[in-house]
Design a protein around this ligand. Structure first.
Ligand code: G6P
Length: 622
């Protein structure tokens, strides 16, 4: 939700800021802006545009974009509609101080009323403009520099923020701060250059040395000097520099028309990366074994858990539902799966020997982070399953496993989902074998099957053209039903979510049998119904009965079936085949055609697949 970028150093800031904004555009894209202190006269130049970063570039064309210090922002609107006036950076009343912000200032109405009494006026509807005027007021009142003004102003603020600010009277300085919203500072070895980003993506090509601020820390960055970090009371904090490397190639389309399609096709490779060094040959022979360092380190706490609670949002929540089935099957530990946004306000009953698993692609989702903190407050061990290396959830969890699928840029999550399920399967097997709740034979068979999943996904991807042609028949639809049972029920939910997110077609995922208790009333000749109906378990024949119920009402069925399934093929309009695997791992294959189906329907409708309306990839507000 909103991306912020900043630069101070010897180079021209504008191209660095614009490139950084493109890299963060997945976080929000309804308006964009930048501020630069001009090389020629130290004048503050601010450019803004409604729309995407490319619109900002067009609006800045031909203007003075010089300057070696600057800040920039790409917005996902919270307070105030997307418009040029509400776009960041916002300017203090004297015209010198300007600010970009990601987060929500919860007490902005009170602060605004107090500032109005002191003679301030506001141009925008944003909470951010209140913050910049508060900094301006504090600076005048205390007659201090920008760092002190920011620090003292933030002491009055309730809410979440990651901010970067500059003052055109102080072109040698950039100040940033954070609380509950992410912020990374890239530092070049000799302190000659500093890069600010909401995450490492806009920084990675310049340096791998990153400082992450803690909550309520303010960094004062002065040209050619070591960075100074303070808490809000003004005590200086020691900061550790972390080395974070990103695969820069992952930040490009690599010849695919969209990030989403590239990321769907990335899955065989990144799932292999995810398992590398974790599924190994046992030291006693050629049998496979799973080795997760987090499980080795926290074996005692994990094995004594009587209950596991999974907290997450969106697609990560769907992965959590599959994780529940995997852990309950292999470990016989009861698992609850909670929406992080509900969990955090629910007075959760958490015992100190419960384990809480926080699943998050970004590692920055505000609700998941808050749920993690609640769980820690209750004394539970928190296990993070995260993609964002060095992200807040990765840092604050007691332990965890990275999914290592590389940066995911498309707003609709694809490879992160299969990475999360892969880690959950490895975790369930590692715990199950340690507890003795899975037989050696099932453990080895499942690990061999898991290792074979990337090659099987390749086979599903070969049907891309077929799925594209099929998708073109369904652009007319206003509603879709996705049905599945057992391990395929969470896949039905995920398929429906993918379609909603990028094609704007209303879709509902349902347990196939439960559909009789309501959604069946919607079925007519127009209604596409996607069944996820693989044939390896007892639920297969039951699912076929549910299909018959739809056929009797003339629904148009697309069925995801196991290769060679002639029974369903003879019954329904269209089938897409996936290779056979064991029941527990089926979601890793059945979700692939649903990702492709949603993608191709959205493309056929001419929609912006990677940046669908109203959504943002990283939801850093609650
Ligand atoms: C947003 C994204 C989804 C994602 C969800 C949770 O809604 O658009 O793709 O599943 O947030 O994000 P997380 O980063 O915590 O997995």
């Amino acid at each position: 939700m909103c991306g912020i970028v900043g630069y101070i150093g010897p180079r021209q800031a504008y191209p660095i800021l614009i490139k950084g904004l493109h890299r963060l555009e997945y976080r929000g894209y309804d308006s964009a802006g930048c501020a630069l202190i001009s090389d020629t006269d130290n004048h503050l130049n601010i450019y803004k545009a409604k729309g995407k970063v490319s619109d900002l570039e067009r609006s800045a064309t031909g203007k003075d974009i010089s300057g070696s210090v600057g800040i920039a922002h790409t917005r996902w609107a919270t307070h105030g509609e997307p418009s040029e006036v509400n776009a960041h950076p916002h300017l203090g009343r004297s015209g010198y101080i300007t600010l970009v912000h990601n987060g929500i200032i919860e007490n902005y109405a009170t602060l605004r009323a107090q500032l109005i009494k002191k003679g301030f006026s506001f141009k925008s509807e944003t909470d951010t403009e209140v913050l910049v005027q508060l900094i301006e007021y504090t600076q005048q009142k205390l007659n201090c520099g920008l760092g002190n003004a920011v620090r003292n102003a933030l002491r009055l603020v309730i809410g979440a923020y990651a901010i970067a600010a500059i003052d055109s009277r102080r072109p040698h300085e950039l100040v940033c701060a954070r609380k509950s919203s992410p912020l990374a500072i890239g530092v070049v070895d000799d302190n000659s250059e500093f890069f600010i980003g909401s995450d490492a993506a806009p920084i990675a090509e310049y340096t791998d040395r990153i400082i992450y601020l803690k909550d309520e820390e303010v960094a004062v960055i002065t040209r050619d000097a070591p960075i100074k970090v303070y808490d809000l009371k003004g005590h200086e904090a020691e900061k550790e520099i972390q080395h974070v490397s990103l695969d820069l190639a992952m930040l490009d389309h690599e010849g695919f028309p969209h990030f989403m399609l590239k990321e769907i096709f990335d899955q065989p490779k990144v799932l292999t990366d995810c398992m590398r060094g974790r599924i190994v040959e046992s030291p006693y022979g050629h049998q496979p074994a799973v080795a997760l360092s987090a499980v080795t380190r926290h074996r005692r706490e994990l094995l004594r858990a009587k209950r596991i609670v999974i907290v997450s949002c969106g697609t990560s929540w769907h992965a959590g539902l599959i994780g529940k089935q995997l852990i309950e099957h292999f470990c016989r530990i009861p698992v609850e799966v909670a929406y992080a946004s509900e969990f955090r306000y629910s007075e959760p009953v958490i015992e100190h020997d419960d384990v809480v698993i926080a699943i998050s692609q970004s590692g920055e989702t505000a609700d998941t982070l808050a749920a993690l903190r609640t769980a820690k407050d209750h004394g539970a061990l928190v296990y993070g399953i995260v993609n964002g290396v060095g992200s807040s959830i990765a840092r604050e969890a007691d332990t965890g496993t990275y999914i290592h699928v590389g940066p995911e840029i498309g707003v609709a999550s694809t490879k992160a989902f299969t990475g999360q399920v892969t880690v959950l399967a490895m975790l369930a097997l590692a715990l199950g074998i340690a507890k003795g709740t899975v037989s050696q034979e099932e453990y080895e068979t499942t690990l061999r099957e898991l290792s074979a999943i990337p090659a099987k996904i390749e086979r599903v991807l070969l049907q891309n053209d077929k799925i594209r042609l099929l998708a073109e028949n369904f652009t007319y639809a206003h509603n879709f039903l996705y049905l599945g049972r057992g391990c395929n029920y969470p896949v039905a939910l995920e398929g429906a979510l993918k379609l909603k997110e990028i094609s704007y077609i209303h879709a509902e995922g349902y347990p196939a049998a439960e559909m009789k208790h309501g959604p069946i009333a919607l079925v007519d000749r127009e209604m596409p119904v996607v069944f996820v109906a693989t044939n390896h378990d007892a639920l297969y024949q039951k699912t076929i009965s549910n299909m018959q119920e739809i056929i009797s009402r003339h629904g148009r069925i697309i069925a995801i079936v196991t290769e060679g399934d002639e029974q369903v093929k003879a019954m329904v309009h269209k089938t897409i085949e996936v290779p056979d695997t064991i029941s527990a791992l089926t979601p890793l294959l059945t979700v692939i055609p649903l990702q492709l189906l949603a993608y191709h329907i959205a493309v056929a409708k001419g929609l912006d697949v990677d940046q669908p309306r109203n959504l943002a990839k990283s939801v850093t507000v609650e």
